[in-house]
Ligand binder design. Structure first.
Ligand code: ADP
Ligand code: ADP
Length: 220
């Protein structure tokens, strides 16, 4: 069923830049949807509207599943880890903000770290991690609150090609273990074809020009 729909959404910023105009999409539960488009076409703006970090100038963002709206996690391109906190403390952070002690969060932290293959790195600091590992910590931090919707904004774009390829594979494996709807923003045609079961191609006018369903997944 439909989790969230954007209907006729437009977004014009205070400086007059129009990022979206007449943007429509309907996200189904269980989708791995890639929003594919050139830099500056409005992809991040879509995610920000979904995450309630901004409001549309016109049109609607309609959640049919309010529970999904409340359990949403977002991962950004830069792994924004707290430098003075260990890996497990970074992963604990979203639960800590909700007032959950580290003891009470311990099993969820352990599960999230295990999902991203960092069980042995819990006591390390971000400066001791490679770029790929930092991104895995960011993913674990997003997963620790057991989100039903995961928003990923070019999460691997800053990484080298090989690490990026490996993390794409890990993300697919991860997704097989989670009951999670994923919206993944990328400017890489390859990445979208590799990951998604639906690709929404955005044009430079801030709307979707084409939608592609991928029935036969890329050979894995
Ligand atoms: P993408 O994620 O596809 O690279 P964005 O959604 O970040 O694109 O941006 C779409 C357009 O809106 C760009 O032209 C960008 O410069 C502009 N933009 C984004 N955020 C703001 C803002 N807060 N104020 C003004 N312009 C913005
Ligand atoms: P990734 O593929 O996750 O980017 P790398 O291939 O860069 O990882 O690193 C391989 C291994 O080397 C990592 O699993 C980690 O244990 C170790 N490592 C990498 N960078 C550092 C670092 N700056 N400090 C300590 N250990 C590191």
């Amino acid at each position: 069923h439909t989790i969230v729909e954007l209907n006729g959404v437009s977004k014009t910023f205070a400086n007059g830049t129009t990022a979206l105009s007449g943007f429509d999409i309907s996200v189904q539960r269980g989708d791995f949807l890639c929003l594919l488009g050139a830099s500056g076409c409005g992809k991040s703006t879509v995610l920000r509207l979904l995450a309630d970090l901004d409001v549309p100038s016109s049109g609607n963002v309609m959640w049919s599943d309010t529970q999904a709206r409340e359990s949403l996690s977002m991962v950004l391109q830069e792994a924004t880890l707290l430098p003075w906190a260990t890996v497990d403390d970074n992963v604990w952070m979203p639960l800590r903000i909700k007032g959950i002690s580290k003891t009470d969060a311990a099993s969820r932290i352990a599960t999230a770290l295990e999902l991203v293959g960092l069980s042995d790195s819990a006591a390390l600091y971000p400066r001791e991690l490679s770029g790929g590992m930092k991104m895995r910590v960011s993913l674990a931090r997003a997963l620790v609150s057991e989100p039903s919707v995961l928003l990923l904004d070019e999460p691997f774009a800053a990484l080298d090609e090989i690490t990026r390829f490996r993390l794409n594979d890990e993300l697919l494996t991860l997704r097989g273990k989670l009951d999670c709807t994923v919206i993944f923003v990328t400017h890489s045609v390859f990445e979208s074809a590799y990951l998604a079961n639906r690709v929404a191609v955005m044009d430079d006018m801030g709307k979707i020009s084409e939608e592609i369903a991928i029935d036969a997944p890329y050979p894995r």
